[in-house]
Design a protein around this ligand. Structure first.
Ligand code: MG
Length: 130
């Protein structure tokens, strides 16, 4: 499996990259929403992890752009990872098309629970977690 993490904080990208690697998942990274959309255009990811607050293009805008695609990538599973975990923000994420939201600081069990729920719901094809 190959995931994309769209996140402007390099430390978070490294931490999550190591967690995913421990679970046998490869991770590509993008530093903002614009770069994230380009990576999605050029690659076939199984899942996208999305920060909200980023320069150039924020996470909600990037999610809306992904959902507006006219190809299969419009259905990419997206998990928002944010420190801004208010009821309003959660509602905005769901309205934009996020499948799940997890809170920073990121813990490995919470991350893998969210990934497992998405796989169990039929996203991610026949992929299984190591
Ligand atoms: Mg950020």
């Amino acid at each position: 499996m190959k995931f994309l993490f769209v996140e402007d904080n390099a430390v978070n990208r490294r931490v999550v990259g190591e967690m995913l690697k421990a679970g046998g998942i490869e991770m590509e990274e993008a530093e903002d929403g614009c770069l994230g959309l380009t990576k999605i255009e050029e690659n076939n990811f199984d899942l996208v992890l999305m920060d909200l607050r980023m320069p150039r293009m924020d996470g909600l805008t990037a999610i809306r752009r992904i959902r507006a695609r006219r190809d299969a990538k419009a259905d990419l599973p997206i998990i928002v990872i944010t420190a801004d975990n208010t009821a309003n923000m959660r509602a905005d994420c769901v309205a934009a098309g996020a499948n799940d939201i997890i809170e920073k600081p990121i813990s490995m069990p919470v991350l893998f629970d969210a990934i497992s729920r998405i796989i169990a719901s039929g996203y991610g094809g026949e992929a299984t977690l190591v």
